[in-house]
Design a protein around this ligand. Structure first.
Ligand SMILES: *[C@@H]1O[C@H](CO)[C@@H](O)[C@H](O)[C@H]1NC(C)=O
Ligand SMILES: *[C@@H]1O[C@H](CO)[C@@H](O)[C@H](O)[C@H]1NC(C)=O
Ligand SMILES: *[C@@H]1O[C@H](CO)[C@@H](O)[C@H](O)[C@H]1NC(C)=O
Ligand SMILES: *[C@@H]1O[C@H](CO)[C@@H](O)[C@H](O)[C@H]1NC(C)=O
Ligand SMILES: *[C@@H]1O[C@H](CO)[C@@H](O)[C@H](O)[C@H]1NC(C)=O
Ligand SMILES: *[C@@H]1O[C@H](CO)[C@@H](O)[C@H](O)[C@H]1NC(C)=O
Ligand SMILES: *[C@@H]1O[C@H](CO)[C@@H](O)[C@H](O)[C@H]1NC(C)=O
Length: 529
């Protein structure tokens, strides 16, 4: 009875503390231990895919592009493992090799309002192009794509040879920069629509032609490496999710892709995913991207594919992903609200069994985490800027920082999604060696103007283990969902000249009994001790 009354009083006090716009977050139950089914989380869950036409600008000359390398080193410092890098994408299938080319020679189409920074139509690269990867942070694992789209096996052979020659050279060995895999072709399921193959190209022909290329590429690469080179398979733009129709991991398995000697070198299966498209200039709405239900809908549609891949003992990755296809939508992909999308998307994907997400980046793309080069045209419409923009991060970079900090350096992290009584708040428990250590909560309500809403959450724990009595809260402050700058993480900013963090860290220790408020368009990381 006394307990009951005390609870009533506590509830009353809580009610009094609420502002009029507070919504009920309710009590969230946090597990102290993880279920055996919780998949381990890679320290490089958030990784990057780079459009290879301007790889030279990303990595830079001399000692390298300090801004880009600093942004990668920030993440490496949080977990000890650098973000992995996939280099390829559309321009992977438009690249040829010529030993007499110094670095790369590319032809770019005219810019447009939809694509202010279009991909090159043709690239010719020399050996240095690949050798530049030795400047990545020590320990970086790289996946590189070779040309399958142009159906020129000599191009694929020369590229694969140059890649493996680079990764076996002294500079790479000294920096421990390794070739995680070679990918043969990008989004082959689109070849019939982009002219790379005629209308009769289907998954059976894909498997047969890919196998011919893979036999050649692996013969060359295995010989230089002295061991079998791992391959990354599929890299499709979409999925039929079926073993009997269209392009999907299930369909290529059904057609025997793993049974050839070269196919047996597939260690990872990659699929590509975007939640919408700006290819015809249709913008979309930020709140639709920042939707808990949409994020879950987009990712769970891959559940059967993930299961089919893991059942074969292979690693499943999103080898290319981001918010909206065709480089992002203005006012959506480049905003601070998109950082919350990215954070929830990555963590939800991680607990679904997607081992790694390579967020796609190109120089001047709207959905970038990192803009590593000086820009003279607007990323939004291509207009000439009155003042050039120096290298800078975009708000999505904070998704990488927060996710990576939540995962931490243990190497034994698992996450469990929490059930919340609110359609727009997501939450995750983070466990290390099966002990609750942290939690992440994300309020996906898009705040732009007017009164900012908030929710109050009360934490309850279940399972075996010590019940925390307090936690340290670190907040991702976002001015407004549509802001493109001014985000801070624990009071600190990465919006700096050199891409390194600046400012004084600010966190707060809160008794569990007090619970916490989370403003609309805010994420928090709780650390339990
Ligand atoms: C080299 O990098 C790998 C990750 O690619 C890491 O597991 C390994 O510990 C590193 N080795 C050294 C000697 O640093
Ligand atoms: C791979 O293709 C190249 C170029 O066409 C050719 O010289 C080489 O002999 C091929 N290798 C194999 C093992 O077929
Ligand atoms: C295929 O690639 C090779 C090597 O770069 C090149 O010499 C040849 O012209 C290409 N063939 C076609 C048909 O483009
Ligand atoms: C498509 O190309 C293949 C060979 O690459 C050829 O055998 C086939 O006849 C072509 N089909 C059409 C419809 O042009
Ligand atoms: C994916 O998200 C977008 C908004 O970002 C939404 O329009 C679409 O319906 C979602 N798709 C699924 C399958 O949930
Ligand atoms: C955000 O949207 C609000 C409401 O439409 C608008 O008033 C404000 O100027 C926008 N802010 C930015 C930074 O675009
Ligand atoms: C939450 O929003 C309220 C109202 O705008 C503001 O006073 C408060 O400082 C915000 N809290 C945090 C932690 O940002």
């Amino acid at each position: 009875m006394v307990v009951f009354l005390l609870r009533r009083v506590k509830l009353l006090l809580l009610l009094l503390r609420w502002t009029p716009v507070s919504a009920q977050g309710g009590t969230v139950t946090v597990p102290l231990t993880a279920p055996a089914s919780a998949p381990p989380l890679s320290r490089s869950l958030v990784s990057f895919s780079l459009e290879q036409d301007r790889w030279g600008d990303w990595i830079g000359q001399g000692a390298g592009n300090a801004f880009f390398l600093n942004t990668l080193n920030n993440l490496k410092q949080l977990t000890g493992e650098p973000a992995r890098i996939r280099i390829g994408a559309d321009s992977e299938d438009r690249t040829n090799f010529n030993p007499s080319v110094q670095l790369s020679e590319s032809e770019f189409p005219a810019i447009s309002t939809i694509l202010p920074y279009p991909e090159a139509t043709e690239n010719v690269v020399g050996a240095n192009f690949y050798l530049l990867a030795s400047k990545l942070p020590p320990g970086t694992q790289v996946t590189w794509g070779v040309n399958f789209g142009q159906n020129n096996i000599t191009a694929a052979f020369l590229e694969a040879t140059a890649i493996v020659n680079a990764f076996t050279s002294a500079a790479f060995r000294e920096s421990n920069i390794t070739l995680e895999a070679i990918e043969i072709g990008n989004e082959a399921d689109l070849y019939t629509s982009n002219g790379a193959r005629n209308s009769s190209f289907n998954v059976q022909q894909y498997v047969s032609q890919w196998t011919t290329f893979a036999n050649n590429v692996t013969a060359a690469a295995n010989h230089i490496l002295g061991t079998n080179v791992p391959l990354q398979g599929a890299a499709f733009a979409g999925s039929s999710h079926s073993s009997t129709a269209g392009f999907s991991p299930q369909a290529i398995f059904q057609n025997g892709i793993l049974s050839s000697p070269a196919g047996s070198q597939i260690k990872l299966i990659s699929q590509h995913h975007y939640s919408g498209s700006f290819c015809t200039g249709t913008n979309g709405i930020l709140q639709d991207l920042m939707s808990k239900a949409n994020i879950r809908g987009n990712l769970t549609s891959y559940s059967a594919d993930i299961a089919a891949v893991r059942q074969k003992g292979l690693t499943y990755v999103f080898g290319e992903t981001n918010s909206i296809a065709c480089h992002g939508a203005p006012g959506v992909s480049n905003t601070a609200g998109a950082a919350l999308w990215g954070l929830d998307y990555a963590l939800f994907a991680g607990q679904l069994g997607i081992t790694r997400l390579y967020f796609h980046q190109g120089i001047g793309y709207k959905y970038n985490f990192i803009q590593p080069a000086t820009l003279t045209n607007s990323i939004l419409d291509g207009s000439t800027l009155s003042q050039a923009l120096s290298p800078h991060i975009q708000p999505l970079y904070y998704a990488a920082v927060v996710a990576t900090e939540a995962i931490g350096p243990s190497g034994s992290t698992t996450i469990v999604e929490l059930t919340l009584n609110n359609a727009q708040i997501s939450g995750y428990a983070v466990l290390e060696g099966n002990v609750l250590v942290r939690a992440v909560f994300i309020n996906l309500n898009a705040f732009t103007t007017g009164t900012r809403g908030s929710v109050h959450l009360t934490l309850d724990f279940f399972g075996y283990g010590k019940q925390p009595v307090s936690f340290v809260v670190k907040r991702l402050f976002i001015p407004t969902a549509n802001a493109t700058q001014g985000v801070t993480w624990g009071g600190q900013t990465y919006e700096t000249q050199d891409g390194k963090v600046s400012g004084v860290l600010s966190t707060m220790t809160v008794p569990v009994s007090q619970g916490l408020n989370i403003n609309d368009t805010e994420a928090v990381l709780l650390t339990f001790s």
